[in-house]
Design a protein around this ligand. Sequence first.
Ligand SMILES: [Zn+2]
Length: 419
Amino acid sequence: MITLLKNARILTMKDDKVFRGDLLVKDNKIAFIGENYNGEAPDRIIDCEGNVLMPGFKDAHAHTAMVFARSAADDLPLDEWLHTTIFPMEAGFQDGDIYHLTKLGILEYLTSGITAAFDMYFHVPEIVKASEEMGFRSVILATSDQEPISLLKERYLTINKPDALCSYFLGIHAEYTCAEERIKDVVALAHELKAPIYLHVGETEKEVMGCITRHQMSPVKFLDSLGFFDYGGGGFHCNYFTDEEVEIFKKHNCYVVTCPCSNLKLASGIAPLARYQKAGLTIAIGTDGAASNNALDMFREMYLVSTLQKVTNKNPAVMDGFEVLKMATVNGAHALGLNDCDVLEVGKKADIIMIDLKNPAMQPVNNVVKNIVYAGSKDCVKMTMINGKVLYYNHEFFVGEEIETIYAKATEITERLKK
Ligand SMILES: [Zn+2]
């Protein structure tokens, strides 16, 4: 299948330049980018009408199936929220629930131009099935601290195949939820596979204090003492890092994944990203789950990533819009191990979105990048293409299933979990 996307403004994200031209997709890869394509006849032509083509957003921290808990419990203290709503609802899961709920989450990603998600949740085979059926790129993170280590290894070796839509990383939920012996077992496996490990870390002050009480060390320092980050990896949230922990992350090329909406709504804190950036850490952006956010919306995250740094540093010059857009695309791709989905370039995978410049919020076009970061919304996403396939175009889904069926199934499951 050859698709020609013609008459576009192209933002490759290799730099902040935007140029007029055509882009050709052959099967699942980008085969041409330039001013004017006159090669082999395409099977399909999409006239971009001067709209912007850019790499899709990468949601670098997600719990996709948690859409079941969207607006089911809000405005509550963290512990109460977890223990009175989230955990009891999760306890009611039956086979197949995660499969159906993941599909609903994927629909929302597509509307936000998100072409891959770092999905930390249970029932891995169901996540793989939902993603493959819909054509969505899920990077799944081991999370169940009860699963045998041999199963993690088996999944790592079987899911991670060249050109597969889904991939699998090692992880633990968090230091405070995982027994020390289990952490050591995961570290040993990571060393054997030479694989990175990811986890929730530095999310709340309570978590950090708990680790200091248990181990007389802050979480990153404690984990590093076990060799946790020897093959890289990263942390989700990272609101409370000491300078020493920043240095440990720098030494091991670990990624900081920031989730501002979730952190604000649960009153967890504000990650000092300008400080991390100055220290040379690489930052990516995640939505976290719909239970705590409640939207899976990269535009809202990007706006907050920038403006929270400006206000906390009392300096509107920090956290430039292009840097933030890079975090949401290029850095996210690298954090997810998707090095061939990071920028628009010949030979890279065709994970491409189109931003609708005919939307009033995108006019006038003084600066495409700043329009997207500071004035953009899901409403401006005109197309989401993953692996060369158009899954969302002009607010319509092409995912091989009626969306009403997906909504009905998710509602049915949610009603059961609430009982
Ligand atoms: Zn999370």
